[in-house]
Design a protein around this ligand. Structure first.
Ligand code: NI
Length: 191
């Protein structure tokens, strides 16, 4: 298992439509393992393949122990709505309030390629919607009002030079205390 580099805002892969996974190969299993390792090392709660430079329709999530591999996920039902703050591992230090469905039902394949259906609410539902968006080239900042988006992107411009080549190197345990505290107070965490 290894830690993968995370692509940050500006890398065109984050805007690229993914390709459905046809088969769970050994290589894909390796990628899934590496994505979990990377997500935990970056202290995120979700990670989608384009964020590590890949085009497979694949994401991983772990929201308070609810751990899922989502291959070819499709949202089949949405219910209610909720606003909460979100962040993204590909747009470090930038946060914004996004309205999402409160509850969603998805169909996907698990890490063994077995179909499953899952109904999730609250943070897990939010995280899943954020990851499914990633698989279609969509980012949380796209939902912000023009003014809030401008301010978020200005915020990002100040951060951008910290990520040469639009790559975020993930070093486990590197996160300063302050950021960990932010993570626990931020409703959605970084996904
Ligand atoms: Ni994200």
């Amino acid at each position: 298992m290894k830690t993968l580099d995370i692509r940050v805002l500006g890398d065109p892969i984050l805007r690229t439509e993914t390709t459905p996974v046809a088969e769970v190969t050994g290589e894909l299993r390796q990628l899934i393992d590496d994505m979990f390792t990377t997500m935990y090392a970056a202290e995120g709660i979700g990670l989608a393949a384009p964020q590590v430079g890949r085009t497979e329709r694949l994401a991983v999530v772990d929201v308070e122990g609810a751990k899922y591999t989502l291959i070819n996920p499709v949202i089949v039902e949405r219910e209610g709505s909720a606003r909460a703050e979100e962040g993204c591992l590909s747009i470090p230090e930038v946060f914004g309030e996004v309205e999402r469905a409160h509850r969603v039902t998805i169909r996907a394949l698990d890490g063994d390629g077995k179909p499953f259906e899952l109904t999730a609410a609250d943070l897990l539902a939010r995280c899943i919607q954020h990851e499914v968006d990633h698989l279609h080239g969509k980012l949380f900042v796209d939902y912000l009002s023009i003014l809030k988006r401008r301010s978020a992107l200005n915020q990002w411009e100040k951060q951008k030079s910290n990520y040469p080549g639009l790559i975020r190197k993930v070093v486990p345990g590197e996160h300063p205390k302050k950021r960990s505290a932010e993570h626990t107070t931020t409703a959605a965490g970084e996904v």
